[in-house]
Design a protein around this ligand. Structure first.
Ligand code: LCS
Length: 405
């Protein structure tokens, strides 16, 4: 069937699956580090790039390639590059696109280690970064310098769920000869397609919604054209942060249910966000599907649905938040996100601790912020658990605000 006529849910099932020997309906796992050459001449021709084929798994592997094709297809990209983690993908993209003397504009609300990578390792190699609220186009415009090479946007941002207008930023970037890189981890291509909105490169932590089952660490870079792909592939080959065949297979399997899972994540998260917003102990709730979200209108324009991530703060601050996290029985207290199971965690002392208090405060990551990754369990079970945990927190809250380093 013509590709443009196929629904996204169908694409999730079929993307990246081709014909293989013996006719399996899923790509085989080529768990091999290296591939035999037919002759010395054949090996040499492969290395010269004169013949197509497989040489060594760090360079190319059929199972990894199948997953890469699937992700590229779902993101409407040219090709994708499977990486060993989301951080490996982000680092590889930076290493490929940037050189000493370049300037980066990065969203203030990003996954902690992304901010730390820019402000430590990339800085050590001569790349300077300004962190701004990319939800405001004027702030982005004002941060542009003659040497700005990349605008890096995570939207919705981790963990504040600040939403940035990809189309508007892409236009601004291109007027100034700047590349726009978007971390699409929180939404996945089921809910947001940054390349269609004008972004140049998309990165993902595959560990999250794309794999969806909390059993793989992986990352991916999706690019728009052949030139960018060749450059990025060379960098990845040299840095070496590739995904292995078994993990690529598992991610590819996870992708088949992406559309279904994102639908359920979004439906349940909307209900839970509304429950929290109406709860007397809750100070504020941030969820892209709530009208109270400051960038609700941008979200409505660029999201297909509102996703599975919620952040909130209790009136009792850090202590009350901790009490909730220690009282849940059904939701699990763990970092990471995007899996089928509901997870709860505390960014200031966990995922965003490495940023330091000052950067967290500037990004709006308050000490009391609690983050919820809504799973695909029965939503009533999640709400009942939160209800009992909030009740317990209300009974034990001391209302004193602990200071975090
Ligand atoms: N981008 C985003 C938006 C993320 O949330 C994460 C990880 C990464 C990139 C890095 O991916 P990784 O290397 O872990 O595959 N976020 C995490 C989180 O919020 N809790 O634990 C990991």
């Amino acid at each position: 069937m013509e590709d443009s006529k196929i629904g996204f849910d169908s694409k999730c099932v079929h993307a990246g699956v081709e014909e293989y020997e013996f006719g399996p309906v899923v790509p085989p796992i080529y768990q091999t580090s290296t591939f035999k050459f037919k002759s010395a001449e054949h090996g040499a021709a492969l290395f010269r790039g004169e013949e197509e084929g497989y040489i060594y798994t760090r360079m190319k592997n059929p199972t990894v390639e199948a997953m890469e094709k699937a992700v590229a297809h779902l993101e409407n990209g040219y090709k994708a590059l499977g990486c060993g983690s989301g951080m490996a993908a982000i680092h590889t993209a930076f290493a490929s696109l940037l050189e000493s003397g370049d300037h980066v504009i990065c969203s203030k609300a990003v996954y902690g280690p992304t901010a730390t990578l820019l402000s430590t390792i990339m800085k050590k190699f001569g790349v300077k970064t300004d962190f701004v609220h990319t939800s405001g186009i004027e702030e982005v415009k004002n941060a542009i310098k003659p040497n700005t090479k990349v605008i890096y946007v995570e939207t919705p941002g981790n963990p504040t769920l600040e939403i940035s207008d990809i189309k508007e930023i892409a236009e601004l970037a291109h007027q100034n000869n700047i590349l726009l890189v978007v971390d699409n981890t929180f939404m996945s291509p089921a809910l947001q397609r940054p390349l269609d909105l004008g972004a140049d490169v998309v990165v993902h932590s595959l560990t999250k919604f794309l794999n969806g089952h909390a059993d793989v660490v992986g990352g991916v870079i999706v690019v728009k054209d052949e030139e960018e792909y060749n450059k990025m592939r060379k960098t990845l080959n040299q840095l070496g942060g590739v995904i292995d065949p078994l993990n690529a297979f598992l991610v590819h399997r996870g992708l088949k249910t992406l559309a279904l899972r994102m639908e359920r994540h979004s439906k349940s998260a909307q209900k839970i966000a509304e429950f929290l917003e109406n709860h007397s102990q809750v100070k504020w709730v941030m969820y892209p599907g709530l009208k109270s979200h400051p960038q609700y209108q941008i979200g409505q324009k660029q999201h297909i649905d509102s996703g599975g991530m919620i952040s909130f703060e209790l009136k009792g601050g850090v202590d009350a938040g901790r009490a909730v996290m220690n009282s849940v029985k059904f939701c699990q207290l763990a970092v990471s996100l995007g899996g089928v199971e509901t997870l709860i965690q505390h960014p200031a002392s966990m995922t965003h601790h490495s940023m330091g208090k000052e950067a967290r405060e500037a990004a709006g990551i308050t000490d009391g912020l609690v983050r919820l990754s809504v799973g695909i369990e029965n939503v009533n079970d999640i709400i009942s658990d939160l209800e009992q945990a909030l009740k317990k927190a209300g009974e034990t809250a001391t209302h004193h605000q602990e200071e975090l380093a």
